[in-house]
Design a protein around this ligand. Structure first.
Ligand code: FAD
Ligand code: FES
Length: 260
């Protein structure tokens, strides 16, 4: 059930010019609510008149040993800029957890699972990978970025599985887009999970569909209210238009119209 909490910033690490990793905990040691991979939170950005609506951010990781929630932030406008300026000890009002979550397999720990992330869409993949490893699976990660400097949290990903990368300029991993990576030719995956820019997710979805691979995508449609009222996050599905904030953000690609 979603809750409104005041969390306290314990760390804010600048990862590069555009990204930071914020860690938060409860002020009084109360346990954070249970969160699942694919879910997101809505952050209230204080002292920012242009940002009166909460901003949706994926759950990047939950460190249960420290009772910490991690959020990976890409600075794109006023709201995310304010978040990047949080200091240790600052209080942040957060609605959480929101949305549905990825479907974790329940059998055959030897099956090949691929987690594909592009840009800030790598954020939910860390928590998903950690949860899969926790359940005895050995996920593989395929991370795409413009260049080496934009590939984030590689050391964290390596704790949970093998990591493959593509960069558009060839500065790290294979040159090109994730859908061209050789791991797709060399491994028979049973499921692919993906989050990132829409053109990337559509390409991954089409690849999965044409190869009979189960595939779930996490959509990052622009949101305003976050609870199904404003209709600005609507996505066309086989069951009609639905709100990503309440019915998603995770969808099986067979329910979307992208692969038609
Ligand atoms: C379910 C979900 C999960 C998300 N997870 C993360 C995350 O983990 N980390 C993260 O940094 N961001 C994430 N986003 C995107 C994030 O919500 C937006 O970047 C943020 O709301 C922008 O706020 P702003 O005030 O900084 O920018 P604004 O001033 O609101 O917008 C600045 C620019 O960013 C564009 N923009 C705004 N929202 C989005 C969006 N949803 N997708 C693409 N472009 C957008 C605007 O069109 C505009 O060009 C997520 C979005 C959703 C819906
Ligand atoms: S964000 Fe308002 S309906 Fe989804």
């Amino acid at each position: 059930m979603k809750r409104l909490l005041d969390l306290v910033v314990t760390e804010n690490n600048q990862l590069n010019q555009n990204y930071c990793l914020i860690k938060l905990t409860t002020p009084d040691g109360t346990l954070l609510p249970e969160m699942y991979p694919g879910q997101f939170v809505e952050i209230k950005v204080e002292n920012s008149p242009s940002t009166y609506l909460r901003r949706p951010i994926s759950v990047n990781f939950v460190d249960k040993s420290k009772n910490e929630l991690w959020l990976l932030i890409q600075v794109v406008g006023d709201g995310t800029k304010k978040m990047s300026e949080y200091s240790v000890g600052d209080t942040v009002n957060i609605m959480l957890p929101l949305g549905n979550s990825f479907t974790l397999p329940t059998e055959n720990p030897k099956q090949e699972l691929l987690l594909v992330g592009g840009g800030v869409g790598t954020a939910p993949m860390l928590f998903l990978g950690a949860s899969l490893k926790d359940k005895g699976f050995a996920p593989k990660f395929l991370l795409g970025a413009r260049s080496k400097n934009d590939l984030l949290q590689l050391d964290d990903f390596l704790k949970y599985g093998e990591v493959f990368c593509t960069t558009e300029d060839g500065s790290h991993g294979e040159k090109g887009y994730v859908t061209n990576h050789s791991v797709l030719k060399n491994t028979q995956f049973s499921s692919i999970y993906t989050c990132g820019p829409k053109p990337m997710m559509v390409a991954v979805a089409k690849y999965a569909h044409s190869n009979n691979i189960n595939c779930e995508v996490s959509l990052e449609n622009t949101m305003a209210c976050g609870f199904g009222v404003c209709l600005c996050c609507v996505e066309k599905t086989r069951e009609g238009n639905i709100c990503v904030c309440t019915e998603g953000p995770v969808f099986n690609i067979e329910n979307l119209t992208w692969i038609d």
